[in-house]
Design a protein around this ligand. Structure first.
Ligand code: GUN
Length: 290
């Protein structure tokens, strides 16, 4: 039996339509949600991501500005820009595209972003709030994966979820959000021996490593849900996920395609986080006036 290929386009377009409607309603009440995206350097993949984020923002009726800074920008200059954006009332979300050039500390930069404008959920305060289950913007890619599972109607509670990868952007927060949904969670990484034995126990397998086609059918339990977060550019110029799609297709029960599922859903959560930040700013302003 061939796996059900999850239709990301359908899920994303209905979710974005909801966000657009809410954004218009908020704009009509005097607050247009606004996102600032900052990119330092010329990394070609990052340039594409940033363009896509700004475009999605505009399509959803939001205000967006992109700050493209040269590779040699100093940390002090970047921190100054962030402080300006923190104080700019048109901006409700700030995203600094990762990776940054080596001479800039990502940790320092993320800490400078106002907690209420941290739509990536990278700030330690927001990471902590998500960890203890307090209200906070949710990390975009992991929250997008949870949304996909929910929209398809895949139960998470009580299931064994295995996450491959332990990055701060995806692996760790992914495990946390699956735990919040009451899954039993295991994390595998580069030092995990016999990884196949563990991944083969997964009802839900989420892969976020950044290595093209590293997961094959030998890693997958028949009928499992396979979510591929990876997006890798092959020498041929084609894009490939971390999962060997063709190899896994006859074993998995569900599979997300690359490109066209987790990537666009990540941007959709970013829009949602920006909208929610704008709503909170608008409420705070109304409270001050009252
Ligand atoms: N680089 C890769 N993914 C992301 C993301 O979700 N946010 C930011 N800021 N940078 C990234």
């Amino acid at each position: 039996m061939s796996a059900h290929v999850i239709n990301g386009k359908e899920i994303v377009s209905s979710y974005r339509a909801e966000i657009k409607e809410e954004a218009h309603a908020l704009t009509a009440r005097g607050t247009q949600p606004g996102l600032a995206v900052v990119i330092v350097g010329e990394d070609p993949a990052s340039q594409v991501y940033v363009r896509n984020k700004a475009k999605a923002c505009e399509e959803a009726g939001m205000y967006s500005e992109v700050h493209r800074l040269p590779e040699q920008t100093s940390e002090a200059e970047l921190l100054q820009l962030i402080r300006e954006l923190n104080g700019n009332p048109k901006i409700h979300g700030i995203l600094v595209q990762s990776p940054l050039p080596k001479h800039i500390s990502e940790e320092r930069v993320v800490e400078e972003i106002a907690v209420e404008k941290d739509v990536d959920c990278f700030h330690p305060t927001n990471v902590g709030n998500v960890t203890i289950g307090k209200d906070a913007p949710l990390p975009c890619t992991p929250a997008g994966v949870i949304q996909i599972l929910k929209k398809v109607g895949i139960p998470i509670a009580g299931k064994h979820a295995v996450v491959v990868g332990r990055s701060n952007i995806v692996g760790k927060p992914m495990a946390l959000l699956l735990l919040r949904e009451h899954a039993t969670v295991t994390i595998c990484h580069s030092r995990t021996p016999n990884m196949e034995e563990i991944t083969r126990q997964a009802d839900i397998l989420v892969v976020a490593v950044g290595k093209a086609n590293m997961i094959g059918k030998r890693h997958v339990k028949p009928g499992a849900v396979v979510v591929d977060v990876g997006i890798n550019r092959l020498d041929t110029g084609k894009l490939a996920g971390d999962v060997d799609f063709e190899d896994v297709l006859d074993t998995a029960g569900y599979i997300t395609p690359v490109p066209g599922c987790v990537g666009p859903m990540t941007i959709t959560v970013l829009l949602r986080n920006t909208l929610e930040a704008a709503k909170r700013a608008s409420q705070a302003e109304t409270a001050v006036k009252a």
